[in-house]
Design a binder for this molecule. Structure first.
Ligand SMILES: N[C@@H](CCC(=O)N[C@@H](CS)C(=O)NCC(=O)O)C(=O)O
Ligand SMILES: [Fe+2]
Length: 372
């Protein structure tokens, strides 16, 4: 069975695609975004997959790839077009190469035009293809920088994409209107730039008059992506010290290290009961249940501060900013929301106790009060 997820980066309107083989657990991720590495790694883990490859459709001009950071974190390998001119990849792809993941594979098609190293990845059964910035939904990638060439793009689309089966689904690297997917038959007929009877001359005329502003990140993104997204300054020991995008707040390389935490795809830092047990002396345990639950049969963790979730927004300042906070409730749901409220209130080091008091007790940790 194929696992398939379409992921979106709001900042750059970029789609990343996770494809996995349920049987072996092997997965590939097409066009990861640097700022989304934490999210994407969390999803891969929650789906029980192992990331084997990150694949680039091209050298992006509008965002930095997450390829290097994912390789550092998950052991995935990096593949992209030999034509791209990038250094530091594990595999350089050419037309007709294949990338296997478990029982599935992607076929590589060279589709230059947006850049000369643009690739389209076609799933083995030709039910879906990932067109990068070559073919968009009722559009195309631009051809006015990075070796852009309207003639090459026209030939790429006509020769290597429009020849796929009518109902082959096409997934682009971007959409700026929120559209998610199209098909070969639709684009062949309705693409306003090169569908129907539109000829090369028409297409070139269209492309020469797009009049788009250059991507804001162009000067940062292209050199970083030519290094597969590896930051220019590496702190050694695999620790990244400089975010290639220059935004430490959005830097997934700087994970909290005050306790062993796991980031969830839901967007919450989680701590396991044994992790809290080990670090209990250095943290504030915040119990967000109702008072009758706090004193009820499940008991509570020694030293826990009780602030019911409904009062947290008003009473957050009763907590110290100097020590990390672990939020606790019955099963880990309300406390997850508590971590979000605390974050909004300006607290920095916050985690949710996974599974709440139920898991805490089930794993044999001590409680105050409660029934045995
Ligand atoms: N406003 C965007 C520009 C995005 C852009 O130029 N995207 C490229 C892909 S890298 C493109 O081909 N755009 C086609 C279009 O916008 O029609 C930014 O600053 O990042
Ligand atoms: Fe692009």
């Amino acid at each position: 069975m194929l696992v398939f997820r379409q992921l979106f980066d709001l900042q750059s309107s970029t789609y990343s695609y996770l494809l996995g083989d349920r049987g072996s657990g092997d997965a590939v991720l097409i066009d990861p975004v640097f700022e989304q590495v934490r999210r994407d790694a969390a999803l891969v883990a929650e789906l029980g997959l192992t990331l084997r490859w990150t694949l680039e459709t091209h050298i992006h001009a509008d965002h930095v790839t997450g390829a290097s950071l994912l390789r550092q974190r998950t052991g995935s390998r990096i593949a992209l077009a030999a034509e791209s001119g990038a250094e530091g990849a594990d595999r350089y792809l050419r037309h007709d190469d294949t990338i296997a993941f478990g029982r599935h594979c992607l076929q590589v098609r060279a589709t230059p035009g947006h850049t000369n190293g643009c690739l389209t990845y076609v799933l083995d059964d030709r039910s879906m293809a990932f067109t990068g910035d070559c073919l968009f939904i009722r559009g195309t990638g631009r051809t006015d920088f990075q070796q852009g060439d309207p003639q090459a793009m026209y030939r790429s689309v006509r020769d290597h994409i429009f020849g796929l089966p009518d109902d082959c689904l096409l997934y682009p690297a971007h959409d700026y209107r929120g559209l998610t997917v199209t098909s070969v038959a639709e684009e062949r007929r309705f693409n306003p730039r090169l569908g129907g009877e539109i000829g090369l001359g028409d297409f070139t005329g269209y492309m020469q008059n797009l009049r788009l502003a250059h991507p804001k990140l162009l000067d940062v993104a292209v050199p970083a992506n030519l290094r597969c997204g590896r930051p220019e300054h590496d702190g050694g020991a695999g620790k990244t010290v400089v975010d290639p995008v220059g935004d430490p707040a959005g830097d997934p390389a700087g994970d909290p290290d005050w306790a062993p935490l796991r980031y969830s795809f839901a967007g919450v830092w989680e701590i396991e009961p044994h992790g809290l047990e080990e670090h209990a002396s250095g943290v504030q345990v915040l119990d967000v249940r109702e008072p009758d639950e706090f004193t009820g049969p499940l008991g509570h963790i020694r030293g826990a501060i009780l602030i019911p979730l409904g009062q947290l927004a008003e009473r957050a300042e009763e907590l110290s900013h100097d020590r990390p906070i672990v939020a606790v409730c019955r099963a880990g749901g309300r406390s997850a929301q508590a971590t979000i409220l605390l974050q909004q209130a300006g607290f920095k080091d916050i985690a949710n106790l996974t599974g709440g008091m139920l898991r805490w007790r089930a794993e044999g940790h001590a409680v105050e009060g409660g029934s045995s």
